[in-house]
Design a protein around this ligand. Structure first.
Ligand SMILES: Nc1nc2c(ncn2[C@@H]2O[C@H](COP(=O)(O)OP(=O)(O)OP(=O)(O)O)[C@@H](O)[C@H]2O)c(=O)[nH]1
Ligand SMILES: [Mg+2]
Length: 297
């Protein structure tokens, strides 16, 4: 069985990549998603395209979830018998932690695709605010996409490419918009798992709220403005699937930038998931006029 691990920081484009590259594949594919919220949204987005999707509940795969990851994969192999397994870890997970779990399972046909958000990388990498996250990602990625270059300029993209080449000269690098590559995915099998010099763990807080049908579109749009400008805490990422009074929409906020797109296909219940620091749940639930569905942290 072929295994592809698609890793990258929150909102870099992992789900976009999976939707674009694996869903019309001739191989029987199962996607394992480990989203950051307790009621993940990515699983629903991918399964909506008709692909078998399994969700691994939120958490840090490098720590407590390693055992869960192994048992979930064993179950997938037994029950679904895929020819290809695609894993999307959460945007705060350690890819080497996941690869160690795959080593325990004795997987030997693994490709790691690392997605980098070109609009944020230089600031985040330069400031060191994400510890060894990027080193962990880049040293283990056979293929690297410098994505969201439409939000960046060519000088910065060149700087990112040079930085990445210094950390992992062997990686095959693409510069992309919406993870669109100008060629088919090349062969780049992982030879050995590499651990960064130091480990990392993020102390982010997550919240999930359920949203009722028919909520006014404008209210949700305003809410996302508030989420982007700090009204509800330092929100680094927010995702929602909502049945608004104008139809079903996906709202997607990543480091201050919001995407709002109509959502084709059904989903069970409207919901909003957030990750960040000092999330102000009281004002958030008040703004929505809704009780909290689930809260962590
Ligand atoms: N402008 C622009 N937007 C992009 C690009 N790639 C992805 N996006 C958008 O960025 C948002 C986040 O993309 P996702 O694919 O959900 O990112 P992700 O890495 O799966 O996010 P998490 O799983 O939450 O960590 C979505 O609204 C995408 O449509 C790009 O190259 N340019
Ligand atoms: Mg995703």
């Amino acid at each position: 069985m072929k295994t592809t691990v698609v890793c990258g920081l929150l909102g870099s484009g992992k789900t976009t990549f999976i939707k674009r590259h694996f869903l019309s594949n001739e191989l029987k594919t199962v996607v394992l998603v480990n989203d950051f919220g307790s009621v993940g949204i990515d699983g629903e987005i991918i399964s909506n395209t008709g692909t078998e999707t399994v969700e691994l509940p939120s958490g840090c795969v490098c720590c407590t979830l390693k055992f869960d990851l192994i048992t979930t994969i064993e179950k997938i192999l037994k029950e679904l018998k895929p020819e290809r397994l695609v894993i999307e870890p959460s945007g705060v997970a350690s890819v080497s932690g996941i690869l160690e779990a795959l080593e325990i399972l004795k997987f030997n046909d693994i490709t790691v695709v690392g997605i980098i958000d070109a609009s944020e990388f230089l600031e985040f990498y330069g400031s060191g605010m994400y510890g060894s996250f990027f080193e962990d990602q880049i040293i283990n990625s056979g293929i690297l996409l410098i994505n969201k270059i439409d939000f960046s300029n060519s000088a910065d993209v060149a700087k990112i490419a040079a930085t990445v080449a210094c950390i992992n000269p062997a990686a095959i690098v693409y510069k992309t918009v919406n993870t669109l590559m100008d060629s088919a995915l090349p062969e780049a099998k992982l030879k050995a798992v590499r651990k960064p010099e130091s480990s990392f763990h993020f102390g982010f807080d997550t919240t999930a709220l359920s949203l009722k049908h028919g909520m006014p579109f404008d209210e949700i749009e305003n809410l996302f403005c508030g989420l982007a400008n700090g009204t509800y805490g330092n929100i680094v990422r927010a995702k929602a699937l909502i049945h608004t009074n104008r139809g079903a929409y996906r709202f997607d906020l990543s480091y201050g930038k919001t995407d709002i797109v109509p959502f084709e296909g059904g989903f069970t219940r409207g919901r909003l998931v957030l990750i960040g620091e000092k999330i102000n749940r009281i004002s958030l639930t008040k703004a929505l006029g809704m009780p909290a569905l689930h809260q962590t942290g």
